[in-house]
Design a protein around this ligand. Structure first.
Ligand SMILES: [Mg+2]
Length: 207
């Protein structure tokens, strides 16, 4: 399907904001950056960079034990970490524009717990609760059902395996390029929120 021009080429704004929903970790929240910071500060594992995370299976690509990884993931899920969770650059600005065109924004995360990440989304994006809907599915597989029920046909996601699940369910993934998804794939891809914004039909009817 030759729907998408290569990255860098001029593309049309073809995604209706009403049809789009968003993953959180790795797309809106720079969770891996926080992961590395906790690894360094709490577990004394210095010198790791985002580029070292070449897979979602962290124990396969990082020199950190399963126990330490599990400990950090627990902190992330419950929001008990001291260090702040940074947003991905550009996310807040673009999302507030999308919210103006198509509130409420739907975020679908595979996290098992909604409270801490909902609080973070509201605070970080500076949006009121009526403009934001966060669904925590507890599994990657359950994301498609939530999206289909909400009538969403596009989803911004950073985990390639999930993108294939979405495609099988008739939802078009937009891969948010990160070091852990650098494998060939047939999907639309963006490298930044600015680039994603260029795909959004935020002003229908205008040339
Ligand atoms: Mg993610």
């Amino acid at each position: 399907m030759a729907l998408f021009a290569p990255r860098g080429a001029r593309r049309e704004a073809f995604i209706r904001p009403q049809a789009l929903a968003f993953d959180i970790d790795g797309v809106v929240a720079d969770t891996m950056a926080l992961f590395l910071r906790i690894a360094e500060k709490k577990h004394n594992v210095p010198g790791l960079k985002m580029e070292h995370i070449t897979s979602y299976a962290l124990e396969e690509c990082l020199p950190i034990s399963r126990e330490v990884i599990a400990d950090i993931v627990e902190e992330l899920i419950h929001g008990t970490h001291d260090e702040p969770l940074p947003p991905v650059p550009g996310a807040a600005g673009v999302l507030s524009e999308v919210a103006e065109a198509a509130a409420p924004l739907l975020f679908v995360t595979a996290r098992p717990k909604k409270g801490p990440i909902l609080e973070w989304v509201l605070k970080t994006l500076d949006l009121d609760e009526a403009s934001v809907d966060v669904e925590a599915t507890g599994s990657f597989e359950a994301k498609t059902r939530v999206l289909l029920d909400a009538g969403k046909t596009w989803f911004v996601e950073d985990r390639l395996e999930t993108c294939f699940l979405l495609q099988d369910a008739g939802i078009s993934p937009v891969v948010f390029a990160r070091p852990w998804n650098r494998k060939p794939h047939p999907f639309c891809e963006v490298a930044s929120w600015e680039e994603l914004r260029g795909l959004l039909d935020l002003f229908p009817g205008q040339p």
